[in-house]
Design a protein around this ligand. Structure first.
Ligand code: PMV
Length: 388
């Protein structure tokens, strides 16, 4: 057991290049196939959580973005807390830890929930890092994060991360491994295009379940596409081969969304909407002469674009030309207005794409970043509870 009574951690989100879609074990979030992602910079997007433990706490409690969560009903959180304590007991053999103290967890995201960005990866990676640190648990933190949300196991590490599906029954070897650190490819830049969306689609757990049961394309993908693509992508990352990186990333995204349509009944409304498809068209036309950008989409309409530093200004200017934000919206993009103003003459014209003003909620420019880490900051408890 760690001596202090509170620990704060920060964890990033990650975006999959080779997608995880389908579980071989739903209780333990064990995937049908290995996957590979890029961890994004916590300066731009992260979850920060403080965990407090005290003998005076009567039960485990949790607050997310100021709102109290029902821990007892949240089986994923329960599973993480239980495993962290169980492996703490094993490690501290001999000490009287038969009833480890209860915890209070206060968590917040530095991005608006309304932005529609999946926060479960950063949320559960942060939870795992907090629990593992405060309870001095012996369980692998990536495995612990995976019990909360599959993709969270990749957010424990920075840079380029592979989630090995593993072969042990209970998933002790189903965890993230770093392929290359965040400093490996400094020219690689990321833009998140948050697409306005009011419609709620099917959650990823339910959708994966349906795909596993009904999609023949998913079976084909797992056996024939993923192993080859993983190997090719790992090589492309090692060699900083942007063209191969981009082609694989875009094909993977396309295949995920084809599987969602091959699922029966199909995932409806589809994750990608009309604006998402406009973005695909824009990137495809922009790439006609030379591959300079790649798109990928997860279980929602938001696009994540990759490009190289040398094309960054041109691509961003072009995105802003065709998808301008509302006037005077200072939060539309996380760059200074002078930087944005200096981009104007860099936009290229793309025939066949119409200007869609207001189609994007916001643009977040970022880079690959580090994995989950302990921070000296604190997220205070929402009320003046005594945490001695
Ligand atoms: O970890 P989950 O249950 O949120 O599933 C994530 C699934 C995708 O984001 C669509 C793909 C991936 O590999 O992250």
């Amino acid at each position: 057991m760690n001596g202090s009574n509170s620990v704060t951690c920060i964890a990033p989100i990650n975006i999959a290049l080779i997608k995880y879609w389908g579980k071989s074990n739903e209780d333990y979030n064990i995937p049908l196939n290995s996957s590979l992602s890029v961890t994004l910079n916590t300066n731009d997007l992260c979850t920060m959580s403080t965990i407090y433990v005290s003998d005076s706490f009567l039960k485990d409690e949790m607050w997310l973005n100021g709102k109290e969560q029902n821990v007892e009903k949240n089986t994923r959180t329960q599973r993480c807390v239980k495993e962290a304590r169980r492996s703490s007991l094993k490690r501290c053999n001999g000490e009287d830890l038969n009833s480890p103290p209860k915890c209070h967890i206060v968590s917040r995201n530095n991005f608006p929930t309304a932005a529609g960005l999946a926060s479960s990866a950063s949320g559960y990676a942060c939870l795992a890092k907090c629990l593992g640190t405060i309870y001095s648990s012996s369980i692998d933190l990536s495995v612990l994060a995976r019990l909360g949300s599959g993709s969270a196991c990749r957010s424990i590490y920075g840079g380029f991360v592979k989630w090995e599906k593993g072969s042990c029954g209970f998933g002790s070897d189903s965890k993230g491994v770093q392929v290359a650190p965040e400093t490996h490819w400094p020219e690689l830049k990321v833009m998140i295009l948050v697409v306005s969306n009011k419609q709620k689609s099917v959650g990823s757990t339910e959708a994966m379940h349906r795909s596993v049961n009904t999609s023949e394309l998913l079976k084909y993908r797992v056996e024939n596409c993923v192993p080859k693509r993983l190997q090719m992508l790992e090589n492309a990352i090692t060699e900083k081969d942007f063209e191969t990186f981009s082609l694989l990333t875009m094909k993977e995204s396309n295949q995920l969304h084809s599987i969602c349509q091959d699922t029966f009944p199909p995932i409806s409304p589809p994750y990608m909407n009309a604006i998402s498809h406009q973005i695909v068209n824009l990137v495809s036309l922009y790439n006609e002469k030379k591959i300079r950008a790649a798109y990928t989409f997860d279980a929602g309409p938001n696009a994540v674009l990759f490009t190289l530093e040398e094309y960054f200004d041109e691509l961003l200017a072009t995105i802003l030309k065709y998808f301008p934000g509302e006037e005077n919206d200072s939060e539309f993009i996380n760059l200074s207005s002078s930087t944005v103003n200096s981009l104007h003459d860099k936009a290229v014209t793309i025939d066949g794409i119409n200007v869609c003003a207001g189609a994007l909620e916001r643009i977040i420019c970022t880079t690959p970043g580090p994995g989950a880490y302990v921070s000296p900051e604190t997220v205070p408890l929402p009320d003046p509870t005594d945490v001695r």
